[in-house]
Design a protein around this ligand. Sequence first.
Ligand code: FAD
Length: 384
Amino acid sequence: MNSREYIIVGGGLQGGLIALALRHFRPQARVAVVERGPRPGGNHTWCFHANDVPVAAQPFVRQLVSAEWPSYRVCFPGFARTVQSRYAAISSDRFAGVLENSGCELLTNTDVVALDQHSVKLADGSEISASCVIDARGPTSAEPAIATGYQKFVGLEIETERPWPDTLPTVMDATVPQEDGYRFVYTLPFSAHRVLIEETHFADGPEVNKPLLSQRIVDYADAHNAGRFRVIREEYGVLPMPWAGGGAMVPETGSIPAGYAGGWFHPATGYSLPAAVRLSLAMANVPPQDARAAAKKLAQRLRSRQRFARFLNRLLFTLVKPDQRWQVFRRLYRAVPDATINRFYALDFGPLDAVRMVVGWPPPMALSRLIHRPETTPCPSPSH
Ligand SMILES: Cc1cc2nc3c(=O)[nH]c(=O)nc-3n(C[C@H](O)[C@H](O)[C@H](O)COP(=O)(O)OP(=O)(O)OC[C@H]3O[C@@H](n4cnc5c(N)ncnc54)[C@H](O)[C@@H]3O)c2cc1C
């Protein structure tokens, strides 16, 4: 007889969220999380928009939030906008602390070498079993065998001598010179003197020149008059932005694929938190023997939205010249209302949202009063 109801392989974002959802909704269930690293969570700052977390998931997600802002900005040449949506961050540290105190059985420094529907083989040759085995081992560094563009970034979290000139996050500052695809800078001011600056490119190839991108961040900090600064953390990532492939798939047998590697991500943003939260909710709301069916049903629901996001990637990467891609985003942010943007990020958008995003304008039959003209707000400008 199985001694555990659930084994989750991988204590990253997805594995941790499922474990916390299970603790919340099925507190009697025995849940083991097997993680190869010394602590769960790795080295990340995961961000999300308020809409990404359904109300039912708030009780297990709220405790993870390490920073929060009432809105965020996007900036383009000649146009800037504040999107009225709460934006929040989860630090790996906070995530690890919550998971370590959650009451789950946490097996760290433990490598899984094989897994099946009901059992998991560890690197030391031992085997553990459960009614439900979930594979949340995360993205691999192998190049995807599908048609794809790439979102690649280097981030430096810095402590600055002078206060950072903005208190709100800027999720896209595309006023910087364009190179290697769509280039923008992302800033998350955690406090007046601590900010995460990420140099991001939506590019055709996966190669990352880390020294160059780090230098761009230094230049950006200088241009924003940050004064001398100290780097306290670094992040690096290359995420596929596919326009082929099938999205989240759940097979009839074997372990249940979850997380980024299982296709539970937003193809056009690279964010996986919205899908990870929804999958956690869906699985925790049913007994272990029904978790597969619940995951399948959700995968089905997300499929058309993931397909649309891949379609947008196809347009962006195959039709638009790399140095002109910023115009697509500028047009999008000029034309669509906050609610559409929020639903888009959350993978929770409908057909009207999709039409709005493609034409960058409401459908012709819409009344003119429905046409959204967002208020233009200035971005804090570099000091020199
Ligand atoms: C730098 C970076 C920043 C990102 N920022 C965001 C963001 O702001 N918002 C967002 O929504 N998405 C973000 N993403 C995308 C995505 O959400 C993350 O990649 C997320 O961590 C994926 O979650 P996951 O659980 O699938 O994988 P991971 O979080 O990578 O977790 C997988 C875990 O499995 C463990 N593991 C792997 N193999 C084994 C094994 N054999 N045995 C035991 N354990 C194993 C790993 O050590 C790891 O801890 C970001 C990605 C990167 C790379």
